[in-house]
Every structure is written in C-alpha cells, then in structure tokens.
Design a protein around this ligand. Sequence first.
Ligand code: ZN
Ligand code: ZN
Length: 108
Amino acid sequence: MTPFREDRTTAATLAGEIRCGYSPTSGAPACETRATWHLAWTRTPEEVIHSLICDLHMGWVQDDLTYADRHPLSADCGMPGTGWHDGTPSHCGPPPSDDAPDPVRSLR
Ligand SMILES: [Zn+2]
Ligand SMILES: [Zn+2]
C-alpha cells in the first residue's frame, strides 16, 4: 500500500502542469498542488518506481518515509521516452545514444 497514486491523465488535463500525486488515503482525491519534486521510491538497474510531488509532501516524505533519490521536477520528468539518469543530482531525459554509455532506468 502506498499513499501515492500515479494518474497522468488527471495531471495532463490540469492546465498542462504536473500535479502532486499525494493522496492521504486510498481513493481520496490527490493533492493536485503543482508538483516540484521527482521522487524515486526504489531504483533497480532496470527501472525506477517514482512519484511526482509538491514541496509540502516532499517534506512529509523526508520526515516519515524512505526513498532512493529525488531531483527538482524538470520538463522531461515523467515524459514518454525519457528515463531516470543517475548523477549528482540525478535528472530525467531521453536515453543516451549507444556510444555514450550512461545508466538510465525506465520509469514506472
Ligand atoms: Zn502535495
Ligand atoms: Zn525526473
């Protein structure tokens, strides 16, 4: 069970901005404040389990939950065809070309 939901359809229809997916209980309406953080719950070599959340809920997560990584939301975060690139800080973008190896993990 996770207090977060991923609902791109809702996010995409709200003025073109990505909204926080935090929901206090299963089935409750999501926060829908403009998201500012891209949060990775877990990372494996293949994929990232992630959420897009606002400043307020990033604070809650930092207080109460364990996560793998995060970075400020960018235009590439959560977009089709992009993935999570490791780094300091990490970032999202299209996969690297074959001759420029760079670990990239698909988002789920
Ligand atoms: Zn929120
Ligand atoms: Zn991102």
